[in-house]
Design a protein around this ligand. Structure first.
Ligand code: S3P
Length: 421
């Protein structure tokens, strides 16, 4: 689907409520499926990725009803599926389910779409094999044929700060005798650890090491907060479109996800938290942002996992900051739904940005008047589609985005929410 975006001449003004967090939605449906009894999940994401995880849990025999809320009645066990388990476009689904399925007493096959079938799975296959897992893959890519068997615990030191890898191993460890330990170089998002604790698992974290023991999860009512990664498009739009002032309600503010706040503050942007609360073990707030004069900054090191999904739209932000913004240590961006370093550079250059690709990030010179007046590509990547839409709002001439339907992967409400401002 093609979408044409025009420059906004007035500011964006108003109030929106951020839709449900995709990362937390995946975890909620998997963990509630593993908890014996009735769980209720409020505000489950309508994105295609969490719906892939939901469908897989159903294919594994869990009784799940999708009304306004998700109502999950589980025996606490998965049953052998009679079909391949389709993760669609979702790397989170495939990596999490590999950890859950490797230790079951049945065989299963995880498949994905064309883009997911090219993404690296060695990062989860390798540690799972150390736990005794039997997984046959296509040269460390999907499909993953998993011969379920009982696993043993490990003490694993990961080279990557990846919440997907960490969660995979913690989910496998949940079903193993002994202590499974996972250490990462920097802290990555910790929603899995928080939700496991909320459901009374035996889990603890010390610095960057998390330890889990075999546990029975207690069913719960889980309310899912809004997704800061979705709010990021509104944050950036509000900061770069003159005369804007937006209130974004119900934004998840887990400190392992708020790297974009630190960057906006470093750039001199006007951003304010209005109300701070806790929902189902996660920090949440309402935030206010307004148009700002921005200055460039360097983004590197341990902040990277805290804003990894926001980097494409932060690149758009940097085109409007005075000076040279350098983004480093983000080489894993090349392994996302697309090679996000190459894709962002190629497409923002078409719009007139001064941006250069490096092996592990970008160098962006600002402030540049983006011209637009061209077609851009989304590479089957929802975050590219939404970042280019935001860039299109400040381009002098209309921008036609090819493949805009990919926004549905995480944020089907994206355009309708923009039109309310
Ligand atoms: C996610 C973790 C991140 C992120 C992805 C969702 C999660 O991936 O990019 O969109 O829900 O755990 P990595 O942990 O592999 O960096």
């Amino acid at each position: 689907m093609k979408k044409t975006v025009q420059k906004i001449t007035r500011g964006l003004k108003g109030e929106i409520t951020t839709p449900s967090d995709k990362s937390i939605s995946h975890r909620a449906v998997i963990l509630a499926s593993l908890a014996k009894g009735k769980s209720i999940i409020k505000n489950f994401s309508k994105g295609q990725d969490p719906l892939s995880t939901l469908q897989i849990c159903k294919n594994l025999g869990v009784d799940i009803e999708l009304q306004n809320d998700l109502i999950i009645n589980s025996t606490g066990k998965f049953a052998s599926p009679n079909t391949n388990l389709d993760c669609g476009n979702s790397g989170t689904t495939m990596r999490f389910m590999a950890g859950v399925l490797a230790g079951q007493n049945f065989n299963s096959t995880l498949i994905g779409d064309e883009s997911l079938s090219k993404r690296p799975m060695k990062r989860v296959i390798e540690p799972l094999k150390l736990m005794g897992a039997n997984i046959i893959s296509n040269n460390f890519q999907a499909p993953l044929n998993i011969a379920g068997k009982s696993l043993h615990c490990i003490d694993y030191v990961s080279k990557l700060a990846s919440a997907q890898v960490k969660s995979c191993i913690l989910l496998a460890g949940l079903n193993c005798d002994g202590k499974t330990k996972f250490t990462e170089p920097y802290i990555s998002r910790d929603h899995t650890e928080r939700m496991l604790k909320f459901m009374e698992a035996d889990i603890s974290t010390n610095n960057t090491t998390t330890t889990i023991q075999k546990s029975e999860l207690k069913p719960q009512t889980i309310e899912i907060c809004g997704d800061i990664s979705s709010a990021a498009y509104f944050i950036v739009a509000g900061l770069i479109i003159p005369n804007s002032e937006i209130i974004i309600k119900n934004v998840g503010l887990n400190p392992t996800r708020t790297g974009i706040f630190e960057v906006v503050k470093k750039m001199g942007g006007n951003i304010e938290i209005l109300d701070f609360r806790n929902i189902s073990g996660e920090e949440v707030g309402d935030i206010k942002i307004s148009y700002s004069q921005l200055k460039a900054c360097t983004i590197e090191g341990e902040i990277i996992p805290k804003l990894i999904d926001e980097l494409p739209v932060i690149a758009v932000l940097a085109t409007q900051a005075e000076g040279t913004t350098i983004i480093k240590d983000a080489q894993d961006l090349r392994n996302k739904e697309s090679d996000r370093i190459k894709a962002v550079v190629t497409e923002l250059k078409k719009l007139g940005a001064d941006i250069e690709e490096t092996q592990d990030g970008f160098i962006i010179n600002g402030k540049y008047d983006l011209q637009g007046g061209c077609e851009v590509e989304t590479y089957h990547d929802h975050r590219l589609a939404m970042s280019l839409y935001v860039a299109g709002l400040i381009c002098r001439h209309p921008v036609c985005i090819n493949g805009f339907e990919w926004v549905n992967i995480s944020f089907p409400e994206f355009e309708s929410l923009f039109s309310t401002l």
